[in-house]
Design a protein around this ligand. Structure first.
Ligand SMILES: Nc1ncnc2c1ncn2[C@@H]1O[C@H](COP(=O)(O)OP(=O)(O)OP(=O)(O)O)[C@@H](O)[C@H]1O
Length: 222
């Protein structure tokens, strides 16, 4: 039996989405949907286009073909969509600012989720005691945790997480799974790129496997 979902049941929709660089395909065309309470896990070999896909969805790169929509509205390069939060390989902290100052800077621009505060978010990610530590003096894993604290504070419905498990210890990997689970439990969603089987948020999860980059023709000089 086929059931049709109401339009409001889908947060993110991609149809025939493809990205090419200098006419060479990086990924696609692909179709996917992410609804409230769901995670889309994007996997694939190195170079298969996982980060590129996230950057297209974030509006940082222009798609080459197809259509991608957030809440029914087309995503356009250069137009940050309210309601999305992006955590990249490099979390984008200001090295000279302390953990608390970085969070204040982010919420000053993006607004803050109600019912929480920066100290609570830092404690949640295991950074209690690091409030006054400059981001530039943190380890890679601590900077990743500070990025998670930022996500906890921002009023975003869709999290775009590029390799959120990288640089984290086992407790940190478990933390990522738990905060994703709590985030989507309230009807939010996340796109998560990963290589690892440890990506196991305790929520309804869809899988998207991007293709092998070896299918992309490589031109060699004669
Ligand atoms: N700024 C760039 N300029 C040119 N080519 C790029 C750039 N960024 C990525 N690429 C190329 O685009 C392709 C996809 O890269 P992307 O980083 O999206 O892959 P990925 O699946 O995230 O890889 P990984 O698993 O190694 O992180 C690769 O062939 C890569 O070399």
């Amino acid at each position: 039996m086929t059931t049709s979902s109401p339009a409001t049941a889908v947060l993110l929709t991609a149809r025939g989405l493809a990205y090419s660089r200098n006419d060479a395909p990086v990924f696609g065309p692909i179709d996917f949907e992410v609804g409230p309470g769901e995670v889309l896990l994007v996997t694939g070999a190195n170079g298969s286009g996982k980060t590129t896909l996230l950057r297209v969805v974030a509006g940082l790169l222009a798609l080459s073909e197809g259509d991608v929509r957030f809440g029914g509205a087309p995503i356009v390069r250069g137009m940050g969509a309210p309601g999305m939060a992006f955590l990249g390989h490099h979390a984008g902290h200001k090295a000279d600012l302390t953990a608390l100052e970085n969070l204040a800077f982010a919420t000053g621009i993006n607004g803050q989720r109600s019912g929480t505060d920066a100290e609570t978010a830092l404690a949640r990610v295991g950074l209690a005691g690091y409030e006054d530590t400059p981001a530039g003096k943190m380890s890679a894993g601590q900077r990743k945790r500070l990025g998670l604290a930022r996500l906890l504070l921002l009023p975003a419905t869709l999290w775009l997480l590029d390799e959120p498990y990288a640089n984290l210890d086992l407790d940190g990997i478990d933390l990522v799974n738990r905060v994703i689970g709590e985030h989507v439990a309230g009807g939010a969603a996340a796109l998560v790129t990963t290589h690892g089987a440890y990506a196991a948020p305790p929520v309804r999860t869809r899988m998207l496997v991007l293709g092998d980059p070896s299918r992309v023709p490589v031109e060699h000089p004669a």
